[in-house]
Every structure is written in structure tokens, then in C-alpha cells.
Design a protein around this ligand. Sequence first.
Ligand SMILES: *Cc1c(COP(=O)(O)O)cnc(C)c1O
Length: 321
Amino acid sequence: MRRPPVTTGPIRPRLPSPVRDAADPWLADRGVELRLKRDDLIHPLVPGNKWRKLTPNLRAAVEGGHTRLLTFGGAYSNHIRAVAAAGAAYGLSTVGVVRGDELADAPRNWSLARAEAHGMELAFVTRSGYRETLRGLGEDDPGTLRALEERWGRAYVLPEGGTNVLAARGAAELVAELPDLGPGDVVCCAVGTGGTLAGIAAGLPAGARAVGFAVLKGAEGYLEGEVARLHERGWGRPFSTWRIEHGYHGGGYGRVPAELEAFAAGFEKRHGVRLERRYVAKLLWGVYGLVERGELAPGSRVTAVVTGPPDPAGPPGPPGP
Ligand SMILES: *Cc1c(COP(=O)(O)O)cnc(C)c1O
């Protein structure tokens, strides 16, 4: 049954997002300054990099006369939830294609329940079907697009994780909110699909660098290729201002080994801020790791982008992007 779209009214983002010092004697001893770019505070329902990446796409969808957004994600996808809430704010209906047909008849987890509460229609597909569809979209396969349109009607299609050129340009705007960047500055973020890192790297002023921390295991080469492709498509040239660290995924997406948990809990206690575990904790763990390994020279100032808020309290869900 098709439900009417839920309209909640406009999203009022808190912008520019605050920048907070996260001074720490251990870092100070090593000559490194740390501050947090609190993008997690942009909006409670469309937070962090999801707001930055979605907003340009929502504008494009509305300008293109679309009335429906269609996107993809796993059972606990932050992107799926954000699209549902943003679609409701813009008066667009939303469809979420969710990986895992076994979820169709299971009780909804908190994340999918929230998406449905914002009017999103969920479609559960097998893992192989999901992979096939994403591959077809990535290759601009006309048959894949036609099949989606036959099933769902005309829709503005957002890829998994919401990363495309418009999304990367949206992420670049967070760098514009840091006018004091220059040589010695390193902007750090977590990397899921690479859209956020691509935007940050492209937006940096001369002398500043970006380091991304992969949250997926085994993504060496693949993620670098994705970022480079976004630069080529969005800016028409490569950038040499960035790199991706692959040593801090903690065993894979959604995995939080005891060492990472201990680091995150200690950071939270010292700085009075709660850390989202799948992305933000790994990013900060990686920053401390680089400092420990002497890979962030004394005099460096790190701006770590807090790309999203922690999950609501409760039992953690199984992994899945
Ligand atoms: C989605 C997400 C990311 C990943 O961003 P990409 O642009 O896909 O690399 C990072 N942090 C948080 C909190 C997210 O929700």
C-alpha cells in the first residue's frame, strides 16, 4: 500500500557547525593540536556529512521536478534514515532499498523504524540482487534504471551512502567554514564511500592536507579510486592533498574491538563528548595512532570532522552499511 508522503517542514541546520578545541596533554607533549569540527550538531535528524551530502542533491531533485527519492542501504544505514527525514522535510516521497530480504518479516530495528516513521517505503532485497542493482547503477546500465523506474516510477536515485559529485561538493563546504586553514593543518575524517573525504580534499587551501581513515576492511585501492573518480568528475582534475589510512578499521565495518572501545570510552571521558563508534571513534583512534607513530609532525594542527552523532542507547545492531 502506498502511503502519502509525510511532510515535516524545513530543516534548519546549525551552520557553520561549531569548532571545539580538544586539547590533550598527551597530544601536547607530541606537539600536536586537536580540534573537533562538530558537524554532528548540524541537525538531529539529518546530521553531519549526511546533511552536507544530501542538501545539494535535494535541491537538484526539486529543480528537476522530482517528487520521489530512491536510495540504498543496510539495516542500520545512517544514510537511509537521513534520506527519509530530509525527504519528509522537502515534501518528497522516499523509497529505501534495504540489503537483506530476511529483514522483511522481522520486527523493525530502531533505524528502519525511524525511516518508516518519516514515511519511507522500505523494499527488502536479497544480497545478490542488491549487489547487482548497485553494480548496474554504477555502470549507468540502462536496464537497471529501467527496472527501478518500472517498479517505483520516476525517482531521483541516490547511490548507496549518498555519494556522488553533488554530495562531494556539499562536503567541500565544511572546509569553507574553516577559514584559518593553512600549512601545518591536517583535516581528518572517516571514510565509508569516500564522498566526504573527496570534498574536503578538493576544498583545502594551499599547504593544508586531508587524511581519511577507512572504516571498511580490505578497501585499499578501491577507496582511493573512488575519491580520484569524484575529483575527476566533479573538479576535472586530481588533487594531491589527501591520503587514506587503512590500519584503523578495527576488523571491518561495524566491528569495534576492545582496544578501540577502550580508546573511545577514554576519549569520551576526558573530553565530555560521546563518540559514534562505526566512523567517528575509528577516525580519532587513527589520529592518535598516527601521532604515536610519529606520522603527524610536531606543529601539526588536526581538525577532526565529527561526521555524525552516536546511535541512541540500546543494544548495538549487527554490522552492515
Ligand atoms: C555515512 C557516514 C560516514 C561516511 O561518509 P562517506 O562520505 O561515505 O565516506 C562517515 N561518518 C558518519 C557518521 C556517517 O554516517
